[in-house]
Design a protein around this ligand. Structure first.
Ligand code: NAG
Ligand code: NAG
Ligand code: NAG
Ligand code: NAG
Ligand code: NAG
Ligand code: NAG
Ligand code: NAG
Length: 759
């Protein structure tokens, strides 16, 4: 059966092969050839016509490019047979009349013919089905192949997307992922080959390709393209940033970071050089605290170890530092204007200075700046500020000037130097900003010497003809109009005394007054004494009391001998002198009245006497003085010595002890009015009282047993040698005056405590 079926096949095929088109024969029908696609490895079912239940089905196959058909399978409905050689087509089986190809193989490409016999209406009908089978192959997994995985920038690289198999047409797509990027499609590239010519750093990264055909699409794994490049020229940055034309700047004492970056693959190795000496290895060089010595050229070297290539960049770093301290402000007067000067020297770079006043800002300049303003625009107390800016300072430094007009006006005065005979003209007008300027002018308003600030001094040779001359001191200050001035006129001194004649009682106190009335320069006052010598305070009872323009002379314990006379008050200045006289009289007190001894008797044992006295006539007295004298044998007598003093004016009697019984005494008494002594009384010898032992004592004396004190002897000897001095009141320490107060107008004398007199 099957053998018969196989015989039929060539006929059918031959028929088709000759005609190329199935032609219906008697009782036979043919169908159009259909194209069918199958994919290798998968299944395809070839249906044989549309008519059901054929009697016989016969499948044959003509491979592509061949004309010879091969039987494949045959069935009669009950039985079927698959040709063994059909395994080249895949796993072939029949399902009813359809040919099923599993695990389709590429050998199945070609034309299949199905011949079927049907019975219809008792007749046999043959049908033919032509099927063209295409077997498609899926693309295999592609692989990226790089012509050089590590190319140097500038060379060329070809990337290939390799696919082992796959039914054409196969199309390709490429994707690239930069190291830090994401996958990106390379738009427009659809070829298997990707040309990178020349390759550059932007090409570095992962490459992936995908291949696809009618069956499938597959992606490759990524392949890395490591483009070698660099180093580029280093780029240097500085922190904190400070750019100037010459490079970079930083402030003193700041931390300065120098950063170097040179693009390179593999990454650069860096080195920092300072003036050709390496100071650091690595991209970041930190100067912890910048100093002025850090100013200089800094070079960054970059090295690509793979290519052994080097690049370098040099920058200048300048360390800025501000000037010392702060700006200094000054203001100078100029004609009708004031000039403000602000200076702040030093620093790198120089500080920028600017003036600012109440009406706006002034000029600006480095290190120093001046600004002139018309004086009329400037009210008192205007403040001008100079601001100094420096890049190394966060805040500007300032100085200020407050203009102020000095108060009042200049004051003029003179001082004289007596010995040097110079006159100093002085003029003062203190204060002011700027300080006032002063100058001296003569009577014709001609300047004398230069001008100066606040105080002007002019020296003149003292001459008489300067008397009456006028001098003017002129002050100028920009804020004061018109110029104030002061004047002075030179004049010889003038003085006046309080009283031309002064009287004082001896022992009293006298004041001589003298006042300066004028004189320019101010005169000096002094007193000349009666001997025309200058009176010095503290000597001979003199005291000087200066009081302003007055000089008082006080005379204490007035003594006619020393103090009486003509005094002169003298005023002296560099132009001359003048003087006035004062006559001082020292008056004695009136002489006290005469005194008489009314009684003088011995006391017991002749060691004391009792003295009584009486006042003889009118007058004033302040006390009494009793004197005694030893009567010694031979010529002359002893000196008078004081037996009692300080006797109150009311007393009229006194007991006097301390006598030597062997000595015979004489007594006398004087009345005193202050220091003026009266005439001594008559001399008396004590009388014996009744019942006295006088004879015995007298007898002892008569035997020559005279006892005398040494003092008595000395007094005696003195009296013997100077009989002419007796009887006189001795005055001390100067010349003796004439006796007791015979005349009340006598020159005052000082009475010593020892008063002696001859009998
Ligand atoms: C790298 O090459 C691409 C094209 O190949 C170009 O567009 C790009 O400008 C190049 N880049 C550099 C840095 O040369
Ligand atoms: C101020 O600057 C001028 C030049 O502009 C210069 O001559 C003068 O000496 C400077 N003064 C000070 C105090 O620096
Ligand atoms: C100018 O002002 C100052 C204070 O700022 C003051 O001391 C001075 O007396 C004033 N001058 C005059 C002339 O008022
Ligand atoms: C006072 O002036 C006169 C000349 O005028 C002079 O002789 C006399 O010495 C002067 N007196 C003194 C104390 O200077
Ligand atoms: C006082 O005595 C003296 C001399 O003894 C005599 O000259 C004088 O006249 C007397 N005076 C009176 C007021 O008695
Ligand atoms: C005595 O002194 C008084 C004042 O003390 C005087 O008034 C009187 O005149 C004086 N008598 C004689 C005699 O000097
Ligand atoms: C698919 C198809 O038509 N299958 C038929 C094959 O033949 C048997 C009997 O001969 C039928 O039962 C199936 O339906």
């Amino acid at each position: 059966m099957v053998g018969q079926l196989l015989l039929l096949t060539p006929l059918c095929l031959l028929y088709r092969g000759v005609s190329g088109q199935p032609h219906p024969t008697l009782g036979a029908s043919a169908e159009e050839a259909a194209s069918i696609q199958g994919v290798r490895g998968s299944s395809v079912e070839l249906a044989c016509g549309s008519r059901p239940a054929p009697l016989v089905v016969f499948w044959s196959f003509t491979p592509l490019g061949s004309l010879i058909p091969h039987p494949v399978a045959v069935t009669n409905g009950a039985e079927s047979k698959v040709e063994a050689g059909a395994s080249a087509l895949g796993a072939v089986s029949l399902q009813n009349s359809s040919l099923v190809l599993r695990e389709l193989r590429e050998g199945a490409r070609g034309h299949f013919l199905c011949q079927a016999l049907h019975v219809a209406g008792g007749q046999l009908h043959a049908t033919y089905s032509y099927l063209a089978l295409a077997v498609l192959v899926p693309v295999s997994k592609p692989q990226v192949r790089l012509s050089d995985p590590s190319p140097v920038e500038g060379t060329s690289v070809v990337a290939t997307c390799a696919v082992r198999e796959g039914t054409e047409p196969v199309t390709f797509a490429w994707q690239h992922q930069a190291p830090q990027g994401s996958w990106e499609a390379l738009v427009g590239v659809t070829k298997r080959l990707l040309h990178l010519d020349p390759v550059n750093r932007t090409h570095l990264g992962w490459y992936m390709c995908s291949a696809h055909n009618a069956v499938n699409r597959l992606n490759s794994e990524g392949a890395f393209l490591d483009v070698i490049y660099g180093p580029d020229n280093p780029v240097i940055t500085v922190e904190p940033p400070g750019f100037i034309e010459e490079g970079f700047w930083a402030s003193e004492r700041e931390e300065v970071t120098l950063n170097c970056l040179a693009a390179s693959n593999p990454p650069s190795h860096y080195a920092w050089l300072r003036d050709h000496t390496q100071v650091h290895a690595g991209p970041t060089y930190i100067i912890a605290s910048a100093g002025r010595t850090h100013t200089g050229l800094y070079t960054c070297l970059a090295h690509n170890s793979r290519l052994d290539s080097r690049t370098q960049t040099t920058v200048r770093l300048t360390i800025y530092y501000p000037p010392e301290g702060r700006p200094s402000c000054a203001v100078l007067p100029t004609l009708g204007a004031v000039t403000f000067v602000c200076a702040w020297p030093g620093g790198l770079p120089a500080a920028q200075l600017q003036w600012e006043g109440p009406q706006g800002t002034g000029p600006t300049a480095p290190s120093n700046v001046t600004w002139s303003r018309a004086a009329t625009e400037l009210p008192n107390s205007s403040v001008f500020t100079c601001t100094g800016q420096h890049p190394a300072l966060a805040l500007p430094a300032l100085c200020r000037i407050t203009l102020w007009e000095p108060l009042l006006s200049p004051t003029c005065w003179t001082t004289g130097t007596i010995r040097d005979q110079f006159i100093m003209l002085r003029c003062e007008w203190p204060g002011g900003e700027p300080p006032a300027v002063l100058s001296w002018l003569d009577g014709q308003q001609q300047p004398l010497g230069g001008s100066s600030s606040s105080l002007a001094v002019h020296l003149l040779q003292a001459q008489e003809d300067l008397t009456g001359r006028e001098f003017t001191c002129r002050g100028t200050h920009p804020l004061r109009v018109p110029d104030p001035h002061c004047r002075l006129q030179l004049e010889a001194p003038q003085l006046a005394v309080a009283e031309p004649q002064v009287s004082v009682l001896e022992g009293g106190e006298a004041w001589l007054g003298c006042a300066l009335l004028g004189g320019m320069p101010p005169a000096q006052l002094l007193w000349l004494g009666p001997q025309r010598r200058q009176v010095e305070s503290g000597t001979s009872g003199y005291t000087l009391h200066p009081e302003g323009a007055q000089l008082h002379l006080r005379i204490r314990d007035a003594d006619p001998a020393r103090h009486r006379g003509t005094y002169q008050c003298v005023a002296l200045n560099a132009l001359g002198n003048s003087s006035q006289s004062v006559l001082l009289e020292v008056l004695r007190y009136p002489a006290p009245p005469n005194v008489t001894i009314s009684r003088l008797t011995y006391g017991r044992h002749r060691r004391e006497v009792q003295l009584q006295w009486a006042i003889d006539g009118p007058g004033n007295w302040t006390g009494f003085l009793v004197q005694r004298r030893a009567r010694v044998p031979g010529p002359g007598a002893g000196a008078w010595e004081t037996a009692a003093s300080d006797i109150e004016p009311e007393s009229r009697g006194r007991r006097l002890g301390g006598l030597d019984p062997g000595v015979l005494y004489a007594f006398r008494i004087l009345a005193l009015n202050h220091r003026t002594a009266g005439y001594p009384s008559e001399v008396k010898i004590p009388a014996d009282p009744p019942f006295s032992a006088y004879p015995a004592v007298l007898g002892a004396a008569g035997t020559g047993m005279v006892v005398a004190t040494v003092a008595s002897l000395l007094v005696f000897q003195y009296a013997a040698r100077h009989p002419e001095t007796f009887p006189r009141i001795e005055t001390a320490p100067t010349t003796p005056s004439s006796g007791p107060a015979q005349e009340s107008t006598d020159a005052p004398v000082n009475v010593t405590t020892t008063v002696t007199a001859t009998p």
